[in-house]
Write a protein that binds this ligand. Sequence first.
Ligand SMILES: Nc1ncnc2c1ncn2[C@@H]1O[C@H](COP(=O)(O)OP(=O)(O)OP(=O)(O)O)[C@@H](O)[C@H]1O
Ligand SMILES: [Mg+2]
Length: 209
Amino acid sequence: MTKISIEVNKLKKVFGRRLIFKEVDFSLSESQSLIITGKNGSGKSTLVKILAGVLSNTSGSVRIKIDDKEIDNEKYFEIIGLVSPYLVLYDEFSAYENLELFARIRGVDVHKEKIESILNDVGLLDRKRDLYRTFSSGMKQRMKYASAILHEPSILFIDEPTSNLDRPGKEYVQNLVDRFRKDRILIIATNENEDFRFGDQIMNLDEYK
Ligand SMILES: Nc1ncnc2c1ncn2[C@@H]1O[C@H](COP(=O)(O)OP(=O)(O)OP(=O)(O)O)[C@@H](O)[C@H]1O
Ligand SMILES: [Mg+2]
């Protein structure tokens, strides 16, 4: 089994003069999952972006290791997956083309069958040729899941996991979470009590001011 770890040390983020959080410390290894909660504006999305390597921190450190080898920040996209309200897919590309592009960016050799099977899992196979911009908000959320797991990431970050999803959509998320919790790391930001069961530890960002 692959050894995976994320170690966060004295992480701090300041926007201008506003302290968002400080002294965030935790470490997780494979088959551990963390729920990040806290009130609106407490910094959940900011923390997820920093952990996923798409936003810089003010001080402190984030270290990701695979089989004890530290991964460079520029290589994070190969081993992490991100579902987030801030994730942008291409409006003028179809569902299929968006996933094909994500696969290319990540340098993974993904075949038609794999893309179609993921589209099938998220219930969008029959819409694969339709442009992303024509999708409903729940369909867009489903597409974010498809793009996040295409390369079978070792660490999956999910900000607002069940946003805009119907019951079958939520069941898909539950199944995905169950699968990832077996041997990978899951980090989920949410304010929905119903989502708390997705994790085995909870961090409340209101306590890091
Ligand atoms: N680019 C930015 N520039 C300045 N301030 C920012 C920026 N991005 C976020 N903030 C501020 O950081 C704080 C945390 O925002 P963030 O989006 O991380 O909160 P959140 O916990 O995800 O909230 P929500 O529950 O509403 O999703 C807010 O005060 C927000 O205004
Ligand atoms: Mg947020």
